[in-house]
Design a protein around this ligand. Structure first.
Ligand SMILES: O=c1[nH]c(=O)c2ncn([C@@H]3O[C@H](COP(=O)(O)OP(=O)(O)OP(=O)(O)O)[C@@H](O)[C@H]3O)c2[nH]1
Ligand SMILES: [Mg+2]
Length: 205
């Protein structure tokens, strides 16, 4: 499919190099090609506190569109423990930074239920002041003792239910992307853009 003419490409705004790496891999694979060019910009945007995952994601994307002055996409990842009623959720970054993998396990020491889900909210906005659309991808699993390479966040302590016993960190990139929160959310965004290319290009004009 040829790329649709837009004044600017869609800029994926993130401060996280590992997210960007996976997003590039996911977009390069899959049956449908995105009808727009995607570039990236490294900006670590401020994130709302005390709000829902969705509110945080929408506000971040709104700020990204103002910063870039054009079409943007962003994403927000949460790790939600069922026993803790969804926490750490959107605050997982700070929990991981302060407590490490061992601490992420110890949080559940007093609970039988070690289950958790990874959630990725992709957001898409055609420009400053334009509607922000949200695409929600989730993967259920459980929190385990760290196994596998430690180069991406909490991957070593999350074992998806569909992985046959491997943690995200132990899986190949292709296998992770096929069942990951990020892979699923990005697939929804891709399908929406393929089906609404005209609408989005007009909003961005
Ligand atoms: O093991 C992992 N597997 C993943 O698939 C994954 N995706 C995100 N993360 C980590 O979870 C926090 C989300 O916070 P987050 O969404 O605010 O990201 P961020 O601040 O790093 O980037 P961004 O907000 O600039 O895009 C950050 O610590 C990320 O490193 C992951 N860890
Ligand atoms: Mg962030």
């Amino acid at each position: 499919m040829s790329k649709r003419a837009m004044p600017q490409p869609i800029v994926f705004v993130t401060g996280n190099a590992k997210k960007l790496e996976e997003v590039k891999q996911i977009l390069a694979s899959g049956a449908e090609e995105l009808p727009f060019e995607v570039t990236s910009q490294k900006v670590d945007l401020p994130e709302l506190q005390g709000a829902s995952c969705e509110e945080i994601a929408v506000e971040k994307c709104r700020l990204a569109a103002l910063e870039v002055k054009g079409p943007v996409m962003c994403e927000d990842t949460s790790l939600c423990y069922h026993a803790l009623k969804g926490l750490p959720g959107p605050y997982i970054k700070w929990f991981l930074q302060s407590l490490g993998h061992d601490g992420l396990n110890k949080l559940l020491a007093g609970y039988e239920d070690k289950s958790a889900y990874a959630q990725c909210l992709f957001t898409l906005c055609a420009g400053p002041g334009k509607e922000v659309r949200v695409f929600d991808g989730r993967t259920e699993g459980k929190i385990v003792e760290a196994r596998g390479p430690t180069d991406f966040g909490w991957d070593p302590v999350f074992e998806p239910s569909e992985s046959g016993g491997q943690t995200f960190a132990e899986m190949s990139k292709e296998a992770k992307n096929a069942i990951s929160h990020r892979g699923r959310a990005l697939q929804l965004l891709r399908t929406w853009l393929v089906n609404h290319a005209e609408t989005f290009a007009q909003e961005a004009a």
